[in-house]
Design a protein around this ligand. Structure first.
Ligand code: DX5
Ligand code: ZN
Length: 225
């Protein structure tokens, strides 16, 4: 069975109590924190930057922080996020002039490097850089907002990405982001994802531990299939 990881997106958290919210989802069994950075340029929304990442570290968060950059350009922010405590940094290939250089920058800072594929971004974006990827993020919504509906075409894309990763014999993580819920996570896992970002399905739940463990139960079923 694959090692499955659940990454709550703090975009859907209560920002007035961010530290407590992060503590609560980690105590509820989440594996890492997904940190959505938006610039009102690459995506039509604005969120938070490196100071907030640093604030979570200062608050005592030791779990991996999975930074998802939805900003353009990306290069200046990479070292800033690394200094602020990011563990993983993923960006969109359309948002940088030199994808290979930006990936090198991320790894050079000692972070895991990822590329994010929008619903309409072809897998050719992975060509020639597979060996430099620690994770591939398949967007199952268009980036910009929490609470959107899962786009079913992401399932075929996940199968294709999984095939690429397996045939390259790499341990690259296959992450999925957008509209993941207890009622579709099993199907998404079966299609090939191993790392699941969930914003509203976790932070919108009354009981975080119940929401996370319901997802784990579904993943266990996927593992048995
Ligand atoms: C969308 C973000 C996602 C989002 C997930 O641009 O990258 O991480 O917050 O939220 P849900 O799970 O609510 O779709
Ligand atoms: Zn995200």
């Amino acid at each position: 069975m694959r090692d499955y990881q659940i990454a709550p997106s703090i975009l859907a958290a209560d920002f007035t109590r961010l530290g407590a919210e992060v503590d609560a989802v980690l105590a509820a069994g989440a594996d890492m924190i997904h940190f959505d950075v938006m610039d009102n340029h690459y995506v039509p929304n604005l969120s938070f930057g490196p100071f907030v990442c640093q604030a979570l570290r200062d608050h005592g968060v030791t779990a991996p922080i999975d930074v998802h950059l939805m900003v353009e350009p990306v290069d200046d922010l990479i070292p800033e996020f690394a200094r602020a405590g990011a563990s993983r940094i993923t960006f969109h290939p359309e948002a940088t002039r030199h994808v290979d250089r930006s990936l090198e920058l991320v790894r050079g800072e000692g972070c895991y490097a990822g590329l994010a594929l929008n619903p309409a971004t072809p897998l050719t974006a992975l060509d020639y850089v597979m060996a430099k990827l620690d994770q591939i993020l398949v967007m199952s919504v268009n980036p910009g907002f929490a609470g959107q509906k899962f786009i079913p075409g992401a399932l075929d894309k996940l199968r294709d990405v999984r095939q690429r990763v397996d045939s390259a014999q790499q341990s690259t993580l296959v992450e999925v982001d957008g509209g993941i819920k207890g009622n579709n996570i099993r199907q998404v896992a079966t299609a090939g994802a191993d790392t699941f970002v969930a914003g509203s399905a976790i932070f919108g739940a009354d009981h975080y531990a119940r929401a996370v463990s319901a997802m784990r139960d579904e993943l266990a079923e996927a593992g048995r299939a």
